[in-house]
Write a protein that binds this ligand. Structure first.
Ligand SMILES: [Zn+2]
Length: 146
């Protein structure tokens, strides 16, 4: 029984390593979940030396920026490093993290609301299949392929 479980787990791991199968947004950015019910999303793109995180609604349309707040960290859980966050008309700007590191975002739609945590591994290795960086890989997970 145990062997079988390990086999299944390693199969899942190898799949996710090969192709991330991430969700991409209207601007070709990486979609992160900014709500518990798919009503709010973040679309992460790279602009110069920063990530731009656009805030999108359930239909992937831009949301007017108002009381939304974001905190961003990177690095180890034991020693997280806080990143400076700027706000613009469409979302937030955060300095790029090092390739292979995690960007951890905590989004609040309004003050007093519970923060939603979204994570992104900034894997800049190029996917052989779609030629995008892995963090923007367009390939569907194997199970979804026709
Ligand atoms: Zn790919």
């Amino acid at each position: 029984m145990k062997t079988k479980l390990i086999l299944v787990l390693s199969f899942i791991t190898s799949l996710s390593l090969a192709h991330e199968g991430v969700e991409l947004g209207p601007n070709g950015g990486r979609i992160l979940e900014f709500s518990k019910n798919e009503t709010m999303h973040g679309e992460v793109t790279v602009k110069g030396d920063k990530f731009h995180i656009a805030v999108l609604d359930k239909d992937m349309k831009a949301v007017a920026m108002d009381k939304q707040t974001l905190t961003a960290t990177t690095g180890d859980r034991s020693a997280p490093q806080k990143l400076a966050v700027e706000k613009d008309a469409k979302g937030f700007l955060v300095p790029l993290v090092k390739a292979g590191e995690w960007l951890i975002l905590q989004f609040k739609n309004a003050s007093g609301e519970k923060a939603i945590t979204a994570r992104l591994e900034y894997n800049t290795a190029i996917c052989e299949e779609c030629k995008n960086a892995e963090w923007l890989c367009k390939c569907k997970p194997a199970a979804e392929k026709k």
